[in-house]
Design a protein around this ligand. Structure first.
Ligand code: HEM
Length: 358
């Protein structure tokens, strides 16, 4: 090692001295062991949010390429899998959190004032980047309005607000994913090919016709076994077929992204669809793990504060339960309802277009 060049220590590298001196609750008070616990658990979550955001920003850049190079798909999948594992890790962290007793929490709860996880700007940034719109939120609440009000309170609140404004002006991962899906070759036809519109429409109409035939035979089976409320069941099948039509052909126009998604999910055994299918699966798995994070938080909160109003002023557990109803990648969830077993599907046209390359 050259003269004058100091060895970097473990503590230097990790800024450890700073890190373990940040648990004072932003005041001069001496904090209790329970409050120290409360602060560190929150900080651990926020550090992981920081990690998730880092990965998500890179995922967005990779997905925003036109087209997305084939060898970038495994990279995106790997990152999504990492994010999912982090969300899964949170299950254990909620358990650590709830070693704090309800009374133990009440002892210092007033010190929080109106501070609440509601103001976690990192979680908000993640939600906006993924593509949660205000209209998807309980009561169509817009978190940006809250952060705009906070912006005048301090430099750091202003910085948090600006961060959220910036991300809300960018395209979302939901949109990038839709663009990528819309480029899926369907029966060997790509969007730029002549006659693509007709190929895609035909694929969709064929799928709907098969669905209708399957409904008819299921209804016949109900009649054969003597089911009495055939009319009601028939109406359910009709509504489901109508829903499928509206999903694939909104306002009568082909939705190519949804058709592409349906094609990937239907013919998922084709070699060339292996990675697209893995990408769709890993997005669904990531959203599922995020939903479970919300659900487990709500259950922990119910155990800790019952049905009390939150420090942020929300209805508490009822509000948190309502957030578990939100879905970001709605199409990826919805397409599951439309799937038909492989043996009933028409054979893929131009199968050579989906074989292994080289
Ligand atoms: C004693 C432990 C906890 C209690 C009693 C609690 C309670 C609550 C309540 C009642 C809300 C609803 C907003 C409000 O009115 O305040 C909320 C929101 C939230 N909490 Fe917690 N929480 C706890 C721990 C945590 C931890 C460890 C995290 C990790 C970062 C966290 C993250 C969040 C987030 C991100 C929200 C906003 C949810 C949304 O709006 O979608 N909470 N919390």
């Amino acid at each position: 090692m050259g003269e004058g060049k100091r060895r970097i220590t473990y503590a230097d590298y990790l800024h450890l001295h700073d890190l373990i001196n940040l648990q004072d609750g932003a005041g001069d008070r001496k904090i209790s062991s329970d409050e120290h616990h409360f602060i560190i658990v929150h900080q651990a979550f926020e550090l992981w949010f920081c990690r998730i955001l880092f990965e998500m920003r890179e995922i967005k850049i990779l997905l925003a390429q036109r087209p997305v190079p084939e060898d970038d798909i495994p990279r995106i999948v790997h990152k999504l899998e990492r994010v999912t594992e982090i969300f899964n890790l949170f299950q254990g962290q909620w358990k650590v959190m709830q070693t704090l007793t309800p009374q133990g929490f009440l002892n210092f709860r007033d010190e929080l004032g109106t501070a609440s996880g509601f103001e976690s700007f990192q979680l908000r940034e993640l939600e906006i980047m993924l593509g949660i719109y205000s209209t998807d939120r309980p009561g169509e609440m817009n978190p940006l309005e809250h952060f705009a009000r906070m912006a005048d309170e301090s430099e750091s609140s202003r910085a948090a607000y600006q961060r959220l404004v910036k991300v809300s002006e960018e395209t979302t991962i939901r949109e990038e994913l839709r663009t990528w899906l819309s480029r899926t070759p369907i029966h060997g036809s790509s969007p730029d090919d002549d006659g693509d519109e007709a190929v895609v429409r035909n694929f969709v109409e064929e799928h709907l016709a098969t669905t209708s035939a399957l409904h008819e035979s299921a209804l016949q089976h109900f009649a054969d076994i003597g089911q009495t409320d055939i009319e009601k069941i028939g109406a359910r099948f009709a509504a489901s077929l109508e829903g499928a039509r509206e999903f694939l052909l909104p306002d009568g126009q082909v939705d190519r992204a949804r058709a592409g998604l349906l094609f990937i999910e239907s013919y998922r055994d084709l070699p060339l669809l292996a990675w697209p299918r893995a990408l769709v699966d890993s997005v669904v798995e990531m959203e599922q793990s995020m939903l479970l994070f919300r659900t487990h938080h709500a259950r922990m909160v119910e155990r800790m504060i019952g049905r009390r109003v939150g420090t942020g002023g929300s209805s508490g557990v009822d509000y948190l339960d309502a957030t578990t109803k939100m879905r970001i990648f709605t199409d990826l969830w919805a397409v599951r309802t439309l799937l038909i077993k492989r043996s009933e599907l028409p054979p893929v046209k131009k199968p050579e277009a989906y074989g292994f390359r080289g």
